[in-house]
Unconditional design. Sequence first.
Length: 595
Amino acid sequence: MSAALDAKRLREDFPILHQTVRGGRPLVYLDNAATTQKPRAVIDAVSRYYERDNANVHRAVHLLSQLSTQEFEEARVKVQRLLNASVAREVVFTRGATEAINLVAQSYGRQNVGAGDEVVVSHMEHHSNIVPWQMLCQERGAHLRVIPVDDRGELILEEYEKLLGPRTRLVAVVHASNSLGTVNPVRTIIEAAHKRGIPVLLDGAQAVAHFPVDVQELGCDFYVFSGHKIYGPTGIGVLYGKQAILSAMPPYQGGGDMIASVTFSGTTYADLPNKFEAGTPDIAGAVGLGAALDYLASVGLESAAKHEDRLLRHATERLCEIPGVRIVGTARHKIGVLSFVVDNPPVSSLDVGTQLDLEGIAVRTGHHCCQPVMDRFGIPGTARISLALYNTVEEVEAVAAVLRGVVTRAAARARAAAPAATAAAAVEPVYAKTYGPSPQATADKLAAAFDFMDSWQDRYQYIIELGKKLPAMPAAMKTEENRVRGCQSTVFLSARRRPGTEDVMEFLADSDADIVRGLLTVLQRLFSGHRAGDVAGFDVEGFFHRLGLDQHLTMGRRNGLTAMVQRIRAFAQKLAGSASGAVAETPAGAAAPVK
């Protein structure tokens, strides 16, 4: 029987968790499905390697190279033990689970998938286990088949069985979902495939840190995971493959250390696993991964799993108590991942994540690199709590307290806004006034306002407050034609030529997220009411850099901001290039987008 885990004591092993953030608040880190924090043992192991043993592996007779090679190969043996692979040479080091999947797709896939063949994935896959197979199928003339999921977020196995046929060449499925938390019945999936002679790849990126994995017992043909999700460094990952299959596969890359001999007439390749490890590997990463596995073994994987399951149950109960909060992914067997939305009253997941962040609580928001499963549930994304062995009940309570406040404020705001929204629906949309004589003059005013704020937290809050003041876009204008793709939130933008002018552009925009509405307000103040040529030529990227937006917004939000700017520029360029105006006004006084 595994001993109870003392998370508060274990937190002392993780230096990053000791800090305060956002005005002195203790850091609450609940984004472990994206990456876990590193214990001192891992940090020290990597540091010691560089301080004491740094040298290239496999290639020299001197002492440092021998020591480096020894540590590198010891890490491989530790991975073998973690997965219970039959031999260490079935373990190939990669940059992560993504590269491991691409290795299989480009080596095994190219060798075995042809025109008319099929690769089966599931609806809940991470993009890393979709896109490589799409690329392969497009190249080879093959077809991608998808296992559907039900409303709980569980695979529909009856439909899976129907997908398997004589042209199926591989099944690639996630062991545990990063977006829903679902732990899939992979043994059943593997048995069904193997009855038909079909190999199976399991994406174990979210599994290996949360419960024991035995690849021999499962019988899978390939298994992949990333070191940074199991308390190890970034940039190191693992491909496990059955020895017979790996031996028959061609190399994925060519270069040093993957050869037996090279002449201009031909090359012979090294034995496993070197055949798939071209070039200098991430030696320090492997050493750090080995230290992470040692640390997890000292804690006890089963103890950690029980602790995380207790936290998951507690968090589920707390969130279910909050009116308007809906959990997405209610599978009967889950890891410590809790995805949710606030839909009564609706609050964007981006806004939920932002409010949590302002209180020092780190969660993930968006589609979690799982857009197809978000589409399946009819949502743009979720807020996600993901648990690790160092998380506590007190941290879960902190999330619940902030979330209650978010819902309470949203409900009050919805009640206050209802009469205004009803009135606004009956009148013609009003386009924004001009905020300055030129985009540059307006930019200077906005920059001056930001300069008065002492911290980025104040600036962030200022953007949110701007968003709350942005007038709602009439529902009739929220069409697919006006939808801006590439944003984590739902964004609509409609531009027109200002009546009575030849080239003055103005636009209306809206989003379901206050933070994005704030960014839209900034763009509207910059550009609405100005000549199209001035809009198209303005250095908006430089302006964002001046404000610090490019440093403090997440990559997803920066991508969304770029998509909005591209839409505005496209309108402006069309308008500037048309003497008669490139937008046709509608009877309602709105506008049709530039064609």
